[in-house]
Design a protein around this ligand. Structure first.
Ligand SMILES: Nc1ncnc2c1ncn2[C@@H]1O[C@H](COP(=O)(O)OP(=O)(O)OP(=O)(O)O)[C@@H](O)[C@H]1O
Length: 677
């Protein structure tokens, strides 16, 4: 390791936990506290589950913004200024204090500013104090991930940016706006512009709650003007969307979709953390969401990472707090491998070359001196050292007569022929192996596609179920209304009959059977003395008719809803069938994979048998043994005699052995992935 710790080395993620003071709602809900912070400030005890969670540091409700920054984020910025990548991200339920911690209530208030503005100040402070021969370039990008789309907050027209990966840059967001900045104020202005463009929605828990993940990216490039070398440190500052349960937010429609996407990306992040901390897991599902992909380097990659989990101390939010504490505990087990992003410039390489040339000419001079010394002592100096045969110490070269030489030449020709055939066979075997590997890759892609389809189907199913529940509750409401209207109708009918009876009783001329009020109204319209009463009756009749029509409409609506519910049930049934179909496909893919594995094993065995046949050094050993150990177990002398040909065969065996080992490792990786499904 280099003296300044710049060589690649392992570092655990630093995890800090911060509790905010109780808010008004929590105080009204009893104001009870569900956690206790232990005296040393590194663990939290939750009495209801009798469990303690240990972190690098736990901040209580009175912790200041500066305390949190100094412990959780300052060491990261120091690393970035030395050319390391760095990440600080906040995770927690909605309204738990993520934005308060990352940005602060006022980014320009010295006391209240959060991690991001403090980092910006530290960067420019570091630049001001750096040596004169270091030149700095600072670039800023701000994006949000909203509903699985990456939006450029410095250019909102770019609303679906793609993620790319290459060897030089690692994982990066293509075509994102990168603006060069020269002062803190320029960055603060950009933050304000970015915030303005950020998607904001309202939920019951926090009316200004942000429903997207915010990622603030800073790239600091430093050029050493002496040796022209370049170091690039990338800083990711992430304010995640809230992690609360969908049901508790009371979200519906578009808000429900947002909440589902947030939960999906956060659970994908959780899956990445689980895979990184699970020794049995060989596959880390970074590609399952945009968020986990963007944070790939920060989790298990090349970055110094600090996670701040933010929690409510209130009993009202106990469940969410426990789930956040668990997330943090798991993340604490992740280990990243960090190294300085150092690029050698042409000038630096030239300088190195010059030094190397100087060392070579010094050595040449020394050799020349030694040769002169040998000659002066009467010892012959070999003329062409490159043609000298390598022999073990003390061995004397034996003269070879012409017949032997011809025989050897013949054997050599024969061996060369064999070697050529073996090389061709090896090529063919390699080609087959590559074909099998590409089939394996196809099977893997298919598996990934099926998994995604299954996840989508599951999501659809959830949303259909949600709609169905909504319809059922609507139906219930209509039923209640219907009962209420029926009662009203009954009462009206009764009062109508009472009125008719009382009319009949008070009209002495009306001796005939009771007839419909409307008929009577029309026949005695002009001279009836009880006209107002009749008018009232006819009015009641009209009301009754309207109510009857309304009643029928409600009955029709009710049956329409029943049909919709039945259709929803059918949809769910179809989705279930689709899921079963997908599971069957997956099983078939597994069987195919098993077959491929058997073919691979046969192929590897075949290659090994061929290799053993062709080896002339008399080496033995099974395919599971390293070829070199087989050679040394045989006669070392015979290996030497094999000369060029046998050495090549042994080398070829070594390569085949290595390839087959790698291949079985790859096979096991895929096989475990399939089993984990
Ligand atoms: N440590 C703290 N001290 C004082 N007030 C705090 C603290 N943390 C959070 N708050 C207050 O709690 C409220 C919610 O905080 P904040 O907006 O930061 O939550 P959030 O987790 O970012 O929510 P969202 O997920 O919606 O973005 C704010 O009014 C904030 O000022």
């Amino acid at each position: 390791m280099a003296a300044d710790g710049q060589d690649p080395h392992e570092e655990s993620i630093k995890v800090c936990c911060r509790f905010r003071p109780q808010n008004q709602l929590e105080k009204e809900q009893s104001g009870r506290i569900c956690v206790t912070i232990n005296g040393d400030g590194t663990s939290v005890y939750v009495p209801s589950i009798d469990n303690s969670f240990v972190y690098d540091r736990v901040f209580g409700v009175d912790a200041t913004q500066k305390e949190v920054y100094d412990y959780a984020a300052k060491p990261i910025i120091n690393g970035v200024l030395r050319g390391f990548n760095g990440t600080v991200f906040a995770y927690g339920q909605t309204s738990s204090g993520k934005t308060h911690t990352m940005e602060g209530p006022d980014i320009e208030d010295e006391i209240q500013m959060g991690v991001i503005p403090r980092m910006v100040w530290s960067i420019f402070d570091g630049i001001d104090h750096a040596a004169d021969y270091i030149e700095f370039l600072v670039k800023v990008s701000i994006v949000e991930i909203y509903n699985e789309r990456i939006r450029d907050l410095l250019d909102p027209k770019k609303d679906n940016l793609k993620i790319h990966e290459d060897k030089a840059r690692g994982v990066f967001i293509g075509e994102v706006t990168e603006t060069y900045v020269g002062s803190e104020q320029e960055i603060f202005d950009m933050m304000k512009a970015g915030k303005y463009n950020r998607a904001v929605a309202e939920t019951n828990l926090n009316e200004h709650s942000s429903r997207s993940h915010l990622i603030f990216m800073l790239t600091i490039e430093q050029k050493n003007l002496h040796d022209r070398s370049v170091k690039v440190g990338k800083l990711h500052l992430v304010d995640l969307a809230g992690s609360e349960k969908v049901a508790k937010t009371g979200a519906s429609g578009e808000r429900l979709d947002e909440a589902k996407n947030i939960n999906r990306s956060l659970s994908a992040l959780g899956n990445v953390i689980n895979a990184l901390t699970d020794r049995k897991s060989n596959h880390v599902p970074y590609r399952d969401s945009k968020l986990s992909r963007v944070l790939q380097e920060s989790l298990g990659g090349n970055a110094k990472t600090s996670l701040i989990i933010t929690c409510s101390p209130s009993y009202f939010n106990e469940q969410e707090t426990v789930s956040t504490l668990r997330f943090g505990q798991r993340a604490k087990m992740i280990k990243n491998v960090v190294k300085v992003n150092h690029e050698r410039s042409v000038e630096e390489l030239k300088l190195l070359l010059q030094r190397r040339d100087q060392a070579v000419s010094e050595l040449r001079g020394r050799v020349h001196l030694l040769e002169q010394l040998l000659q002066s002592n009467g010892i012959a100096v070999p003329e062409d050292k490159s043609s000298a045969v390598f022999l073990p110490a003390g061995a004397v070269p034996t003269p070879v007569d012409e017949v032997q030489s011809a025989e050897l030449e013949e054997q050599l020709q024969e061996l060369r022929g064999k070697l050529k055939t073996s090389a061709e066979q090896l090529c063919e075997a390699n080609r087959e192996k590559e074909e099998l590997q590409s089939q394996l890759r196809v099977a893997e892609d298919e598996k990934h596609r099926l998994t995604m389809q299954a996840m989508d189907a599951q999501n659809d199913r959830e949303s259909i179920e949600y709609e169905r529940n909504e319809q059922v509750s609507e139906l219930e409401k209509l039923r209640n209304e219907k009962t209420w209207l029926s009662q009203e109708l009954e009462e009206l009918t009764k009062s109508h009959q009472n009125l008719i009876q009382s009319t009949a009783a008070t009209t002495p001329t009306n001796k005939g059977p009771m007839v419909c009020s409307r008929c009577r109204a029309s026949s005695t319209e002009d001279k009836d003395p009880e006209r107002p009463l009749k008018r009232k009756v006819s009015q009641l009749d009209k009301n009754l008719e309207q109510l009857t029509v309304m009643y029928h409409k409600l009955v029709a609506q009710n049956s329409g809803l029943k049909v919709e519910v039945a259709e929803s049930d059918k949809k769910i049934e179809r989705k279930d069938q689709r899921i079963q179909q997908l599971e069957r496909n997956l099983r078939e893919a597994k069987q195919k994979y098993e077959k491929l594995l058997t073919q691979c094993a046969n192929l590897t065995a075949m290659i090994d048998v061929r290799g053993r046949k062709n080896c002339t050094c008399g080496a033995t050993g099974s395919s599971s043994q390293a070829p070199f150990s087989a050679c040394t177990a045989g006669s070392l002398e015979s290996v030497r005699r094999c000369s060029f040909a046998s050495a090549c065969v042994c080398k070829a065996r070594a390569q085949r052995w290595q390839a087959s080992t790698q291949h079985s490792e790859l096979s096991w990786t895929v096989w475990r992935g399939l089993l984990s499904l």
